[in-house]
Write a protein that binds this ligand. Structure first.
Ligand code: NDP
Length: 593
């Protein structure tokens, strides 16, 4: 392996490519969709339900109807709560899968482990990597089965939540004012779209939208393709992340001409999707899904498992980088530095394969060269797609590589790179979502806790929770998602485990006849110390990486990024810790009254 790899040359190339992209502004290079850009937030699927404001009392308000909010709802239903109210900006449940309906939208984690509660719902995805409409349908099936539509409010945005002795008062932008015993914030990690702060972005006079608000009224077709409205349109797309990789093949097929504006190439590996084999599905024993989820979770966090049930690009990369390689290295008596050097070599090898795939699929050598990613695996989320690279062989598709600098300017007519203006009729922003900005900003509401303390004030100093679930001074309020909790590439694995934990805590509060549950300052301080000590951010690795949301846009020491502030012992260890805590039955760290 090492015979074919010149590590010094590769390291120098990676640094040079990173340096081209480092920007002093970090996260501040992006713009919020506000002012004249606020229309980018408009929901193309919105239908006004014309409902009257609600004034009532419920058992729990869950903010967010994506997988984390739904799973919270399921477990709270199982814990015996009756009035469960999901409040959701979208017009249905689904979260990510409600908003992201772009052509080609697909799960990049195997659907047999990504779609939660398959056995309970009694369904089986039609493909190994299911497409968005099927996943959206599954979210609706969960909401129906656990009766979560009954009290839900859609097209509604929570504006404030205030603690009042033993309940929360929740106000919304639709004039609703309700009281609730509990609240659950399930806002999702990638829910607030962001736009690039490219000069002139407001001046574009053609049609423009973000990928999470796909305008089929303009493009024609649906998430399976058929974009007949684009056959006479010059289309530009800015961004080549996981979203754009999936929709660019469709744009290439239908646009009169497509310009792809690239700042950093993605690492694009084999997808290898396949329809579900009905015989295999029929042969699965009860409990198969959790076993498969655990098996994947173990392997992708560097653990060892006899078999690799999912056996895809994720487990292949991580097995190579960690578990199997690691076991052999330790057995061979290698020390930490030797192991780190060996892992770097394995990484170089994997990325050489990814770059070789570009040469294999892209005919024009200059285009192929520009599409090659020069960074380590996991500097950015790896992508998997079999149609993306061949799209650049189409005569109507042009890659406009910005040499790492990004788009220079946007004009009334199009996009400027290196002084050349590319005129487009339609400009699509595949520029992602806010990560690493303040929680309250991403949520779009603040919480007023005990003694009038605002969550924005408290977390403005430092995010602090007990087990990622509850924050001192904010009783009966629970957080879902990656706030001081575990991190898994399979997001729903985390949400499921957290929801079981939430269901247990609320179930105990109810069983013990308590009105209020809070965490002590000591328990919170201990958890914060655990998080700090486990340091998930891998600052050395992240500093060497090309900028992106994983490393706080190239400034890993100055903000949490994706991994910072979470439990660094791996998701399985986090889940074990929660399970062991529940098994004691002591509710240590929580106070009930
Ligand atoms: P990303 O943040 O991954 O990508 C944004 C893209 O916009 C990047 O290519 C970025 O370049 C580019 N960009 C930003 N500013 C500029 C600029 N000024 N000029 C040119 N280009 C610019 O967003 P995505 O929506 O693609 O993906 C977000 C996440 O959503 C994924 O990482 C993944 O976690 C999730 N996802 C999951 C899917 C699934 O199948 N489960 C599918 C799609 C998304 P640069 O890299 O240089 O910053």
């Amino acid at each position: 392996m090492s015979d074919t790899i010149d590590a010094d040359t590769l390291r120098a190339k990676y640094r040079a490519e990173r340096d081209k992209r480092l920007r002093a502004e970090g996260n501040a290079q992006y713009r919020e969709p506000s002012g004249s850009l606020a229309t980018f937030l408009d929901d193309p699927n919105a239908v006004d339900d014309g409902r009257a404001p609600v004034h009532d009392h419920v058992d729990v308000v869950i903010i967010g109807g994506g997988f984390s909010g739904l799973l919270a709802g399921v477990r709270l239903r199982e814990a015996g709560l009756d009035r469960i109210r999901i409040i959701e900006t979208g017009r249905d449940v689904g979260g990510t899968w409600y908003w992201n309906r772009y052509p080609g939208v697909q799960c990049d984690i195997e659907s047999y482990i990504y779609l939660p509660l398959l056995e309970q719902v009694g369904s089986m995805p039609s493909e190994k990597y299911a497409h968005g409409d099927e996943i959206f349908a599954h979210t609706r099936a969960i909401a129906s089965k656990w009766d979560l539509y009954r009290d839900a409010l859609f097209g509604t945005h929570v504006e404030s939540m205030e603690w009042n002795d033993d309940h929360w008062v929740v106000r919304t932008d639709r004039g609703d004012v309700m009281t609730s015993k509990y609240v659950v914030s399930a806002i999702g990690p990638l829910s607030r779209l962001k736009l690039p702060g490219i000069p002139g972005i407001e001046t574009f006079e053609g049609h423009a939208f973000h990928t999470s608000r796909w305008d089929y009224a303009y493009t024609g077709g649906d998430s399976t393709g058929g974009l007949t409205g684009l056959t006479d349109k010059r289309v530009g797309i800015i961004g080549t992340g996981a979203t754009s990789i999936q929709c660019i093949p469709h744009l290439g097929r239908w646009a009169q001409h497509l310009h792809v504006f690239q700042r950093t190439p993605s690492s694009v590996d084999v997808r290898g999707n396949a329809p579900t084999d009905p015989e295999w599905a029929a042969s699965l024993p009860p409990g198969w899904q959790q076993e498969r989820i655990d098996n994947f979770g173990t392997l992708v966090s560097g653990g060892y498992a006899e078999v690799d049930l999912v056996s895809d690009g994720w487990t292949d990369i991580i097995r190579r980088l960690t578990s199997l390689g690691m076991a052999e290295m330790i057995a061979a008596g290698m020390g930490p530095e030797e192991i780190a050097a060996q892992m770097e070599l394995i990484d170089f090898e994997k990325m050489n394969e990814i770059r070789a795939r570009v040469d294999e699929f892209v005919d024009d050598p200059a285009t192929a060269e520009a599409l090659k990613p020069w960074y380590r695996q996991f500097c950015k989320r790896p992508c998997f797609n079999d149609d993306y690279l061949p799209t650049f062989n189409r005569p109507n598709v042009t890659l406009v590589d910005t040499g790492g600098r990004g788009v220079e300017r946007i004009t009334e007519r199009g996009v400027v790179v290196d002084g050349t203006e590319y005129e487009v009729d339609c400009l699509i922003f595949g520029t992602g979502f806010e990560v690493g900005t303040d929680y309250v900003r991403r949520a779009g509401f603040d919480l007023v806790g005990e003694g009038g303390v605002m969550l924005s004030e408290k977390w403005g100093h430092e995010v602090a929770t007990f087990q990622g679930l509850i924050s001192h001074g904010f009783p009966n309020c629970f957080f879902m998602g990656g706030v001081q909790s575990g991190v898994s590439p399979n997001f729903t694995e985390l949400y499921n485990e957290q929801s079981i934990h939430l269901g247990y805590v609320v179930g105990e509060v109810e069983r013990r006849g308590a009105a209020v549950v809070s965490t002590t300052a000591e328990a919170e301080a201990d958890w914060v110390a655990t998080i700090r000590a486990s340091d998930m951010s891998r600052a050395d690795f992240q500093t060497e990486c090309t900028p992106g949301y994983y490393n706080n846009e190239g400034r890993p020491g100055e903000g949490p990024g994706w991994f910072g502030g979470n439990f660094g012992g791996g998701a399985p260890a986090f889940f074990t810790l929660l399970r062991e805590w529940r098994a004691t039955g002591s509710m240590d760290g929580l106070e009930l009254r």
